[in-house]
Design a protein around this ligand. Structure first.
Ligand SMILES: [Zn+2]
Length: 277
């Protein structure tokens, strides 16, 4: 079963989606399951994992509702306030829904570069293990050393790095990023999504030769059993169509065995999030 391990849905309004600036004007509309379904089908995906955008409990509830109505949404990565004293009761409320498979916080936008090591936050993330929830790490390359310290503190917790920590493909210097990825990948409790890369390149002029070095680093550091393909739809449409973006990874996977291709295209995601299909 092929699974798109990372995509988003929203009903657009300028108040809640203020981060969608003029350069991303094409994202200023609704993106709902029936918009995604044909893209998944055309590319051989039977399921997807919807990832939170808004930082509210309402976002988590809404995504779970969408997943109830659309069986191809096989998992939801929601948001809960990991620093809240009420965290346990919030998690208990969601625990009955088996489609909630993980939690994410928009750490890349926090003003404190060491946010992941904030004491209340660590206490919250430590509670996820008890509820069998993974944690999605959304950061920039400068946060990678902090993420290493963070994931090392919680060796029993499952982590997935979003978008390879957004390597600066457009700027072109990937050496420090690659070294930091190697360090983080040395921890067995961290896996990684092959997603969001085209939007880190020049949206108009990118080509797959600019993306492949990042995929090389991912395969070298994490190995094929800890990587999962994700589209980052609809954000990816700023730089590429859904099919074009998926093709970058499927082309890269061509020389590999069918077993490795199946792992990256779905089996790793199923195993990591214990998805029920
Ligand atoms: Zn995303």
């Amino acid at each position: 079963m092929y699974i798109d391990a990372h995509q988003h849905f929203w009903r657009y309004n300028p108040d809640e989606y203020g981060w969608i600036d003029d350069s991303m004007a094409s994202l200023r509309r609704d993106f709902l399951p029936f918009d995604l379904q044909p893209e998944l089908q055309q590319n051989g995906f039977e399921g997807c994992v919807a990832v939170q955008v808004r930082q509210s409990l309402e976002e988590t509830r809404w995504l779970l509702e969408l997943a109830d109505a659309a069986p191809f949404i096989v998992g939801v990565v929601g948001w809960v306030d990991l620093r809240s004293p009420q965290l346990r009761s919030e998690l208990e409320r969601f625990a009955t829904n088996s489609k909630l498979v993980g939690v994410r916080h928009i750490v890349q936008s926090e003003p404190d570069d060491r946010f992941l090591l904030n004491r209340e936050f660590l206490v919250g993330v430590a509670m996820l293990e008890e509820f069998d929830l993974a944690y999605d790490v959304l950061i920039y390359p400068r946060h990678l050393p902090v993420a290493l310290e963070f994931a090392r503190k919680l060796p029993g917790q499952r982590f997935v790095l979003d978008h390879l920590a957004k390597p600066a493909i457009k700027q072109g210097d990937l050496r420090r990023w690659a070294a930091a990825i190697r360090d983080l990948a040395s921890l067995p409790n961290v896996v990684c999504k092959l997603s969001g890369l085209v939007t880190e390149a020049d949206w108009r002029s990118w080509n797959s030769d600019q993306i492949r070095p990042c995929l090389d680093v991912a395969f070298e550091c994490f190995g094929p059993d800890r990587l999962m393909i994700g589209s980052d739809w609809p954000v990816c449409t700023l730089a590429a169509s859904y099919s074009r973006l998926i093709e970058v990874v499927t082309d890269y996977l061509k020389p590999f065995s069918s077993e490795i291709r199946d792992a990256v295209m779905g089996r790793n995601a199923q195993r990591f999030w214990r998805l029920q299909s």
